[in-house]
Write a protein of this length. Structure first.
Length: 264
């Protein structure tokens, strides 16, 4: 992917990795369509994009509303935008055991993390194919590669994204559609603050491990480096990414490590 003078749609762009990637793209004089439900956050991101030399278009979007997602995509395309890349960062996490998580919480997480992503991707994919190709990227997680305590629905939603996007890659390779999954580790974003507990309320604090993670700006550097190379999986984080190798080569040890995770 060559980012210069291209047009990208970035979700979850009001803060965190979505914002950092949007601003990083602006340095290539890109046009960045930024989406989030946080209107003020999007305004701040838009100002940063313009200051960095890019062009911003704000689309306020709730990823739990599939109908609004489809309508917004149709409106943007009707305005003549040619989308070269769609990068998904919007999402919600959880902090609760399987046995104490009500089904409505599982559905909420899947609606935002999976079905919202699917809705926007399906709305834009035919356009990208018609225009000769494009790049899709979705923020997964370490727990998108394996189950993890207190993240059952979150982990499941990220696993589902892998299946969905790997299928898109297999079906559309001949159409020049490239797919990258972003395997995030510990990154200083608000995702743990906005994670929902067993009552469906916000967790309200940043986890200690996350607080000591890399900055969103450093994460954006790693992401863009991988996207330039069209990497199918892009690890994002620090030393905690070693768990991927432990899982692959020492599965028994990995299982023991995961079982020792304590409630947060």
């Amino acid at each position: 992917m060559n980012f210069t003078n291209k047009t990208f749609w970035v979700t979850g762009a009001a803060s965190g990795m979505g914002k950092a990637v949007s601003v990083a793209l602006a340095k290539y004089k890109a046009t960045v369509i930024i989406s989030d439900r946080d209107a003020q956050g999007l305004t701040d991101t838009a100002q940063s994009i313009e200051a960095a030399g890019g062009t911003a278009k704000v689309v306020i979007l709730d990823m739990s509303d599939s109908r609004a997602i489809t309508e917004s995509a149709a409106l943007v395309l009707s305005e003549g935008y040619k989308i070269d890349g769609l990068y998904h960062f919007a999402g919600i996490s959880q902090r609760s055991l399987v046995t104490e998580t009500p089904l409505e919480n599982d559905r909420k997480i899947m609606e935002i993390n999976f079905f919202g992503v699917v809705a926007l991707t399906k709305a834009l994919l035919p356009h990208m194919i018609q225009n000769g190709g494009g790049q899709l990227a979705a923020a997964s997680s370490l727990v998108g590669k394996f189950g993890f305590p207190y993240r059952s629905a979150y982990s499941a939603s990220k696993h589902a994204l892998h299946g969905f996007f790997e299928t898109i890659q297999a079906e559309n390779f001949q159409h020049n559609i490239h797919v990258s999954m972003l395997i995030g580790g510990r990154i200083q974003t608000n995702i743990s603050k906005f994670a929902i507990n067993k009552e469906g309320q916000e967790h309200g604090k940043m986890d200690p491990g996350q607080a000591n993670g890399i900055t969103p700006e450093k994460a954006a550097q790693q992401i863009l480096r991988g996207l330039k190379r069209d990497q199918r999986e892009i690890p994002v984080g620090g030393s905690e990414l070693i768990i991927l190798k432990i899982r692959r080569f020492l599965p028994g040890l990995h299982a023991k490590i995961i079982r020792k995770i304590k409630p947060m």
